[in-house]
Design a binder for this molecule. Structure first.
Ligand code: PGA
Length: 251
């Protein structure tokens, strides 16, 4: 049985005091709540150590938002896997559309990061998704297939089990324009079929595929009720404890 996973991608938000407030708020609201899904928070690098001390006695898991593929060296401004592990990260978001479009990350770079993360025991949250132009040109499936095939090159079947895929249509990210549950379900179904062809039916059935892009408390239940949508990667709505917890409770 695959897991439902709700993850909060804080992006470039959250000074230390905000980190303390937000995580304490989430913990308070989840106290005594019987979680039906895994919960992950991804604060910025500078907050990870503080976040780690705060989530230690809770069910919340910690993710970073990015990572370099080299182990160490002269890479000014970059962060390595061992640095992330030393502050308690179990997950790392890789291939987010903002990394692709603003910072020029290619499928090849993302693949190197995925391979490195897996080799050191960090679980990638691997993001894919089409732009508005690509959707309007009816090439969503082609785009998503290319991102998956290139991003997962040389990833073994046993390693795939450690990956969460996040389908995030770029046109829905931060825009308030959420994909309809049917639009999202269609692409999730396509992704699961593709994984089934590339690996096996069993691996595909066990893969957690999150939806991301303007997920809010009022649209979460509709999306999460679809058979191939196994959770959400939440941006804007994860920055307030009550809206993030409402999405968690929609599971
Ligand atoms: P959003 O961001 O929820 O603000 O659209 C989602 C994401 O980028 O992961």
């Amino acid at each position: 049985m695959r897991k439902m996973v709700i993850a909060g991608n804080w992006k470039m938000h959250g000074e230390l005091n905000e980190t303390v407030n937000l995580i304490s708020g989430i913990k308070n609201l989840l106290e005594d709540y019987d979680l039906k899904c895994d919960v992950i928070v991804a604060p910025p690098f500078t907050s990870l150590e503080t976040a780690n001390t705060l989530v230690k006695d809770s069910q919340i898991k910690l993710s970073a938002q990015n990572m370099h593929f080299e182990d160490k060296g002269a890479f000014t401004g970059e962060i390595s896997h061992s640095m992330l592990k030393s502050v308690g990260c179990e997950y790392v978001i890789l291939g987010h559309s903002e990394r692709r479009s603003i910072f020029g990350e290619t499928d090849e770079i993302i693949n190197k990061k995925i391979i490195k993360a897996l080799s050191v025991g960090l679980n990638p949250i691997f993001c894919i998704g089409e732009t508005l132009e690509e959707r309007e040109a009816n090439i969503t499936e082609k785009v998503v297939e290319t991102q998956i095939r290139k991003g997962l090159e040389n990833v073994s079947e046993s390693d795939l089990a450690k990956i969460i895929v996040a389908y995030e249509p770029v046109w829905a990210i931060g825009t308030g324009k959420v994909a309809t549950p049917e639009q999202a379900q269609d692409v999730h179904y396509f992704i699961r079929n593709l994984i089934s062809q590339m690996y096996s039916k069993e691996t595909a059935e066990n893969l957690t595929i999150q939806y991301g892009g303007s997920v809010k408390p009022d649209n979460a239940a509709g999306l999460l009720s679809k058979p191939d949508i196994d959770g959400a990667l939440v941006g804007g709505a994860c920055l307030k404890a009550d809206s993030f917890v409402d999405i968690i409770k929609a599971c």
